[in-house]
Design a protein around this ligand. Sequence first.
Ligand SMILES: [Zn+2]
Length: 190
Amino acid sequence: MSTRDPNAALGTGSEAESDRTVLWAPWRMQYIEGEKAHDCVFCISPETAMRRERLILHCTPHSRVMLNKYPYNNGHLMIAPHRHTANLAELPDVEFTDLMDMLRRTVALLQEAMHPQGMNVGLNLGTPAGAGIADHLHWHVVPRWIGDTNFMPVVGSVHVMPQHLLDSYDLLHPYFTAVSLTTTDMYNQK
Ligand SMILES: [Zn+2]
């Protein structure tokens, strides 16, 4: 797959993508070579005191948004339902609506906070589709800037340093806490 393919920003570390990972996201080798966590990262308790360490930016009644620990770009976020499921088709309506609302709010908040020139937004269903954690649905939102994929494959890790994860967390967190209204509240106010 070409690194210019928009889907190249998605996926979380399947065997098939390791070549391009080496090309332009070398820090992701920690993920690929490291031990896979036994516990599902999207099922970790979102208790408030631990959210920063767990990179959880925001929770709604049915979903959460968190930073990707092995990002393709600065500000790479993931949105997942609290329910541990891989089955999109069977997600209850209320949970799907909550998730999609969180997804669009995340796009808006990322735009406001980081001013990307574009974004990749996507869902990988199943391991062959590139899902690194195939048994828990999660959407990727990857902010993009002109030139990021054009020079990353060439210069690799020499010139591309991901913003430290906790720096990204501290940058983004105020935007998410400022919008603490529930989905229902948001619609009722319109
Ligand atoms: Zn899970």
